[in-house]
Design a protein around this ligand. Structure first.
Ligand code: SF4
Length: 246
């Protein structure tokens, strides 16, 4: 395991008690079922190298992988590497990614990111967390995707909107802040499972544990899930509050 279960409740006297849903046995079962259910889960952003995956992941904010996969073939043909992207005409770049939403901001970030890749790393994508999160538009979520998928480095767990929702419903965390959720998950999940569990939780959120309509009756995790069925009743309410899209 990656360490002792961290999600504990503080008593008024300062002592802490581990919540029932965080028992190592239950967490181990949840991880086993996730692995069995989503044995073939993988990153769904089309890419051929770390540069393409980094660009696609930055673009995927507030969008869907399907939308991103529609624009990236032409984008990567026009800008095959960081050197080309760093020199991109802003207007042309904006036009190419317009359908992904927030295209002006994304175009700005992509160009600035590429410029820093050229200045600091010779145009190559660095394979470590510290240098990745120093790039414009790159936070831990994006860095974890790139490190896990392109470099097979388990630096953390990807916490996107699906992982936030599913891990909370499964009782793996009570946090709402992505960094705190990631810390909880990293302590509950063995490090050797950090990359795979990221894909599994994302796939579970996309295919079964929908924000608005979780399919609890057909969910393999239902016997282990403290939110089973109740999530269906509150899904629509939660969706409208969070404004989730991706
Ligand atoms: S039982 Fe329902 S709420 Fe729990 S993980 Fe499955 S779909 Fe989500």
């Amino acid at each position: 395991m990656g360490g002792k279960a961290r999600s504990q409740s503080s008593t008024p006297g300062g002592a802490s008690i581990r919540t029932r849903t965080q028992s190592p046995q239950r967490v181990a079962k949840v991880l086993d079922v996730l692995a069995q259910t989503w044995a073939h889960a993988e990153c769904e952003l089309d890419h051929d190298n770390p540069y393409q995956l980094l660009c696609a992941t930055v673009l995927s904010a507030q969008s869907t992988d399907r939308q991103i996969n529609k624009v990236t073939p032409a984008l990567f043909e026009r800008y095959p590497d960081a050197h080309a992207l760093a020199e991109a005409d802003p207007g042309e770049l904006e036009d190419m990614i317009r359908s992904t939403g927030f295209y002006r901001l994304k175009a700005k970030r992509l160009r600035e990111m590429a410029q820093l890749l050229v200045e600091r790393h010779g145009g190559e994508v660095p394979g470590n967390m510290r240098q990745l999160v120093a790039l414009p538009g790159v936070a831990r979520k994006t860095a974890n995707v790139v490190l896990g998928v392109a470099f097979d480095i388990a630096a953390g767990i990807v916490v996107d909107t699906h992982v936030q929702r599913v891990s909370r419903r499964l009782g793996l965390t009570e946090q709402r802040d992505p960094d705190k959720i990631e810390r909880d998950l990293m302590e509950l999940v063995p490090k050797r499972r950090w990359i795979s569990v990221s894909h599994e939780l994302i796939w579970h959120g996309r295919r079964v544990c929908d924000a608005r309509k979780p399919d609890c009756e057909n969910c393999s995790l239902m016997p282990l899930c403290p939110s089973a069925l109740s999530a269906q009743a509150t899904g629509a309410k939660g969706q409208s509050k969070s404004g989730e899209r991706r």
